[in-house]
Design a protein around this ligand. Structure first.
Ligand code: 13P
Length: 253
C-alpha cells in the first residue's frame, strides 16, 4: 500500500507573512490527515513557513534547487542551504521550469541525484503538452521523461522519489485530465519505471497534477494508480486544500 501524498505548489505566490498566515489557517484543517501533506513554498518564504509549520504534520518543500554543491552560480540555491532551513521535499523539473528556465531531462536527473544525496524527497514532474498529446507518442514521451529523471538512481533510493504526472494542458487551465486519463498515464509511467527497477516501481508514489481541486479530487484519488496530487491554485486556499487532503486520506484503509 502506497501512502498518498498531497503537496501544494505555491509557485510565485505568497509573501513570507502571507505564507505563514496560510499555513496557520491550514494546520487545524489537515491535522488528522492519513496521507502525507506538504507545502512547497518560494525560497524566501522558507524560514517563516518552517516556523509556522513547527509541531504540525505538514512537510516543508522547495520548488527548485541547484545540483551543484556550491560556487559561482549567481542567484542559485544549493541543497545544503535548503537543508539548514529544514526543507524535506523539493519539486524538480516542473513544466514551467522546463519551459521558461531551460530545465532539461539532463539537469532534472542531476537535481534528482543531488536531492537524494541531501536526503530530500524529490517530487519530479513529467508531462506532455497538448500538441504532443494530439500528435501522438505522448506515452513514450512521459515514459522517457521518467526514465531520464531516474537514470543512475540506485534501486534502494528510487522508492524515495515521488513522480508527479502533470499534463501541461491541464496546468492552470481548469481543464483536468479525466480520472481515467490520469490513471492511464500514471500506469504508463509506473510500467516504464518497472522496466528498469522491477518490483520497486510498485512502491514508487506517482501523483497527478493539473487543475486538481476540491471538486475533482475524490474521483482522481479513487483511481488505483494515483497516489496523490501536486496542487497549484487550489493549494493557495486552506479550505480547498484541506478537502483534497481529506479525499486522499479517505483512500487510506
Ligand atoms: P494548478 O493546480 O494550478 O493547475 O497547477 C498544477 C501544478 O502545476 C502543480 O505543480
Amino acid at each position: 500500500m502506497r501512502k498518498p501524498i498531497i503537496a501544494g505548489n505555491w509557485k510565485m505566490n505568497m509573501t513570507p507573512s502571507q505564507g505563514a498566515a496560510l499555513i496557520n489557517e491550514m494546520k487545524p484543517l489537515v491535522a488528522d490527515a492519513k496521507c502525507d501533506v506538504v507545502v512547497c513554498v518560494p525560497y524566501v518564504d522558507i524560514p517563516a513557513a518552517a516556523e509556522a509549520l513547527k509541531g504540525s504534520n505538514i512537510g516543508l518543500g522547495a520548488q527548485n534547487m541547484n545540483f551543484e554543491p556550491k560556487g559561482a552560480f549567481t542567484g542559485e540555491i544549493s541543497a545544503d542551504m535548503l537543508k539548514e532551513l529544514g526543507v524535506q521535499y523539493v519539486i524538480i523539473g516542473h513544466s514551467e521550469r522546463r519551459a521558461y528556465y531551460a530545465e532539461t531531462d539532463e539537469t532534472v536527473n542531476k537535481k534528482v541525484k543531488a536531492a537524494l544525496d541531501a536526503g530530500f524527497t524529490p517530487i519530479v514532474c513529467v508531462g506532455e503538452s497538448l500538441e504532443q498529446r494530439e500528435a501522438g507518442g505522448w506515452e513514450k514521451l512521459i515514459a522517457d521523461q521518467a526514465k531520464a529523471a531516474l537514470d543512475g538512481v540506485c534501486p534502494m533510493c528510487v522508492t524515495k522519489v515521488v513522480i508527479a504526472y502533470e499534463p501541461i494542458w491541464a496546468i492552470g487551465t481548469g481543464k483536468t485530465a479525466s480520472d481515467e486519463q490520469a490513471n492511464e498515464a500514471i500506469a504508463i509511467i509506473r510500467k516504464a519505471v518497472s522496466e528498469v527497477y522491477g518490483e520497486k516501481a510498485e512502491e514508487l508514489r506517482i501523483q497527478y497534477g493539473g487543475s486538481m481541486n476540491a471538486k475533482n479530487a475524490q474521483g482522481l484519488m479513487a483511481q488505483e494508480q494515483i497516489d496523490g496530487g501536486l496542487i497549484g491554485g487550489a493549494s493557495l486556499k486552506a479550505p480547498d486544500f484541506s478537502v483534497i487532503v481529506a479525499a486522499a486520506s479517505a483512500t487510506v484503509k
